[in-house]
Design a protein around this ligand. Structure first.
Ligand code: GLU
Length: 293
């Protein structure tokens, strides 16, 4: 099973090297770094590169360079998710053995067509808090013989959490402690809104949700400081932590940095990239001021 190290305040900044870091990442990294220093704890950097089709060594090098320029330091070597696929596989296997996940065979195109056909009839298909259509029930309802036949045929498949079974196995309500810039205090987790979330994909042996909870446990992360855009995803993380018997970290979801147009920053917006700020000759102090620190 997963080894859980002894407790010590531990914070992490966990970017994905699939684009240049922007000012929102700078806020997250600096907050983690400063809160760790204040707590007398450690600040770790973790590279979340499970999506090998979008993550590149160049973007990773950019992360190291931008964070160093900001004046942040972290222990080396850093944990890189692409080097730990067996750990995620082990967690998935535990859920397979408990019959809490099922193989999902529908392709993206098939899901899209299903949703479009349904919505053409006039009613909206249910969506998760990020606006993504919930996965259709076909694979969950598939009979065991058919499921085994498809698995044996070698057809590509993902693994999805059976939300109903998972909630029953988790037994009752669960919560998290929140100290961020949105709702604070004891928050009731509500993972149902996410439907049967994907835990491993046909083209990647893990998903963000699965690897993040495994890594936080393996690394002994006690405090999770990240953007408010991940507030609702915490419900899934608490469910997975409960199912896998992993410790419960404290959460702090901070405000998001918005662009001059008032909209959320994205990795494609060059003008709000940290690298672009550096190129234009701004100092780290000026960058801190821009993000309200
Ligand atoms: N890798 C995620 C991202 O870049 C952040 C994960 C987390 O902080 O839980 O958005």
């Amino acid at each position: 099973m997963i080894e859980i190290p002894r407790q010590k305040p531990k914070f992490r900044f966990a970017p994905s090297p699939n684009g240049p870091l922007h000012l929102g990442h700078a806020l997250s990294a600096i907050l983690n770094h400063d809160m760790a220093a204040e707590a007398g704890g450690d600040f770790l950097l973790r590279i979340e590169d499970i999506d090998q089709t979008r993550c590149t060594p160049d973007f990773e090098a950019g992360i190291f360079s931008d964070l160093s320029w900001l004046g942040l330091r972290w222990p080396e070597p850093v944990r890189r998710q692409s080097e730990h696929f067996p750990a995620y596989q082990e967690a998935l296997q535990a859920l397979i053995e408990r019959d809490l996940v099922y193989p999902a065979f529908l392709t993206r195109g098939e899901v899209k067509a299903r949703v479009a056909a349904f919505e053409a009839e006039g009613s909206p298909w249910p969506r998760d808090p990020d606006g993504t259509p919930l996965y259709p029930p076909d694979d969950r309802e598939r009979g065991d013989a058919e499921r085994q036949r498809l698995l044996a045929s070698g057809v590509k498949h993902a693994w999805r959490l059976d939300m109903e079974k998972a909630l029953a196995a988790a037994g009752g309500e669960f919560h998290w402690q929140e100290s961020g810039d949105g709702e604070t205090g004891t928050i009731l987790a509500d993972p149902v809104a996410w439907g049967d979330v994907v835990l491993s994909r046909s083209d990647a042996p893990s998903s963000y949700h699965l690897s993040v909870v495994v890594d936080d446990a393996v690394q002994g992360i006690t405090h999770i400081v990240r953007g408010l855009d991940l507030f609702y995803a915490t419900s899934i993380h608490r469910l997975l932590q409960t199912l896998l018997g992993l410790p419960e970290p404290l959460y702090h979801h901070h405000r998001l940095v918005v662009g001059s147009d008032g909209k959320k920053l994205s990795k494609s917006m060059g003008d709000t990239g940290i690298a672009e700020w550096r190129r234009q000759g701004f100092s780290p102090v000026e960058l801190r001021r821009r993000i309200g620190l």
